[in-house]
Design a binder for this molecule. Structure first.
Ligand code: 13P
Length: 267
């Protein structure tokens, strides 16, 4: 595969968000299939985020030193307590979970998650040694009204309120335009990179020069057919993949397109 060359100032990260797909019984096979394909890939952080009910099976299947890390799709900010139906960061950590997606647009829209709530979760997550993947993104109406940058900026600042600067290296941001999620309408590389560039500027404003080193993932209809072109953009450091992460081959091909190219490979 010929990839477009760029410098890789940050280690790429590709995470698969399984959303509410796959039973615990189905999880083992899919994880094994993915691991078999990706085990020789170096220099890319790879994460699978199955539903809560599959996390234990995923951890058991992967063992301790796997190339694939495990992420959860949400968590509650309290350590424990009377919160029926919720799962805490300590519970996730105990299973061997390393990442947690926070503030996904589906959680914001269907479950009324707010920037303030996401900020509380992000700060608690790092205290449990979980790496938050904080999601932001505009709706189609907001893009058409030319509000994209303002919306993303407000979400980002709100969702990172109070985030401890000393834990900055643990933080990952995902830009997921709502109109591109599950629709087959991917953002163009330029559309995505423009927003990533803005996000990087806001992170620098919030945290100083270290903020510029954070990884910013793109999510929204990422497929093997469009991932290389997106990855060629300077401010795109990897992907948060929905549908295509449920197919081991597609997920592998997306990861492969995010792998830094050695100078000799394309020649
Ligand atoms: P799709 O890749 O299915 O569009 O989903 C993107 C997403 O929401 C990942 O979190």
């Amino acid at each position: 595969m010929t990839r477009l060359k760029k410098n890789f100032p940050r280690r790429p990260l590709v995470a698969g968000n399984w959303k509410m797909h796959r039973t615990a019984s189905d999880t083992k096979n899919l994880i094994e299939d993915i691991v078999q394909r990706v085990q020789k890939i170096a220099n890319v952080d790879m994460v699978v985020c199955p539903p809560f009910t599959s996390l234990a099976v995923a951890a058991e299947t992967l063992g301790r030193h796997s190339v694939l890390a495990i992420g959860a799709q949400n968590m509650h900010q309290a350590k424990e307590g009377a919160f029926t139906g919720e799962v805490s960061g300590t519970m996730l950590r105990d299973l061997g979970v390393r990442y947690v997606i926070l503030g996904h647009s589906e959680r914001r829209h269907f479950f009324n998650e707010t920037d303030t709530g996401v900020a509380a979760k992000a700060t608690i997550a790092v205290s449990y040694l979980l790496r938050p993947i904080v999601c932001v993104g505009e709706t189609l109406a907001q893009r058409e009204a030319k509000e994209t940058m303002a919306v993303v900026e407000a979400q980002l600042r709100g969702s990172l309120q109070g985030f401890p600067k000393e834990k900055l290296a643990e933080l990952v941001i995902a830009y997921e335009p709502v109109w591109a999620i599950g629709t087959g309408k991917v953002a163009t590389p330029k559309q995505a990179n423009d927003v990533h560039h803005k996000i990087r500027a806001i992170l620098t404003d919030l945290f100083g020069p270290e903020g510029a080193n954070l990884r910013i993932l793109y999510g929204g209809s990422v497929k093997p057919e469009n991932s290389a072109a997106l990855m060629a953009e300077n401010d795109i450091d990897g992907f948060l993949v929905g549908g295509a992460s449920l197919d081991a081959r597609s997920f592998f091909n997306i990861i492969e397109s995010a792998r830094p190219v050695r100078a000799s490979e394309n020649d």
